[in-house]
Write a protein that binds this ligand. Structure first.
Ligand SMILES: C[S@@+](CC[C@H](N)C(=O)[O-])C[C@H]1O[C@@H](n2cnc3c(N)ncnc32)[C@H](O)[C@@H]1O
Length: 228
């Protein structure tokens, strides 16, 4: 996962560098322990400007992330245990300047990837950056995903593939006006592990997936923390 993590952190730092002075609002859906954002903020000059909500179901990961944010003296980082698939999880934290949708698109139906992207402008501030990941296992959905971002009014800032793996990381910026926030919007549902595209691509669930080590079956928690 190191290559993907580094690429996501690079995209976060680039997005922070683009943000005008003042507060920077960040949301992270299915955040895990938040290592992507927390790592990117380490030593970054805008770290103190960030107000972030990281939404994650697994309490162990929420606790681990919360502990790290406290140790690293980042009071603007809020870990929330909740369902990241429902817009209500972001009420009060949006419109966001940076949105992290990493480790999601390989675990939900293709139609829900498209629907999620279509509704992302409801969570965005003007010119917000969305950072996302998806494995390029066959059939590679990433060309469609990049097209769906374009359809939804985003321009592509970058799309990088991670050598030696199927992993890829995209960054898209909203060019059109944001849409009004809608409460109770359901963006996606994590499929049971055996039905996830990322799992099926590996031959039925015994191989590597988009999941980090530490995630249990059906999107639930596994080991208490994810090893680095
Ligand atoms: C593949 S991991 C991604 C973690 C992190 N975003 C990353 O890219 O490394 C997926 C995470 O989503 C969490 N998750 C699954 N369904 C969720 C939901 N409905 N709401 C919040 N978190 C969820 C899992 O517990 C797991 O930590």
């Amino acid at each position: 996962m190191a290559g993907r993590l580094n690429a996501v952190q690079d995209r976060i730092r680039e997005a922070l560098d683009r943000c005008p002075r003042g507060l920077v609002r960040v949301i992270s859906a299915c955040a895990g322990d938040g290592r992507d954002l927390l790592g990117a903020l380490a030593g970054h000059p805008r770290a103190g400007d960030v107000r972030a909500r990281l939404v994650e179901l697994a309490p162990e990961l929420v606790e681990a992330g919360h502990g790290r944010a406290a140790r690293e003296q980042l009071p603007g980082i809020e870990f929330r245990r909740g369902d990241a698939a429902v817009s209500d999880a972001y009420a009060g934290a949006v419109p966001a300047d940076i949105l992290l949708f990493c480790g999601i698109f390989g675990n939900i139906r293709d139609a829900e990837v498209r629907g999620t992207i279509r509704h992302l402008p409801e969570l965005c501030a003007p010119r917000a950056t969305v950072i996302w990941t998806r494995g390029r296992f066959a059939p590679d959905l990433t060309p469609s995903i990049r097209g769906w971002f374009a359809e939804a009014g985003f321009e592509e800032l970058s799309f990088v593939t991670i050598p030696g793996s199927t992993k890829s990381v995209g960054a898209h910026r909203l060019l059109v006006a944001p849409l009004p926030f809608r409460a109770h919007r359901v963006f996606f549902t994590f499929l049971p592990r055996q039905q996830r595209p990322s799992t099926r691509s590996e031959g039925g669930g015994n191989g590597p997936t988009e999941d980090p080590p530490g995630e249990g079956p059906n999107g639930g928690p596994g080991r208490p923390t994810m090893p680095r």
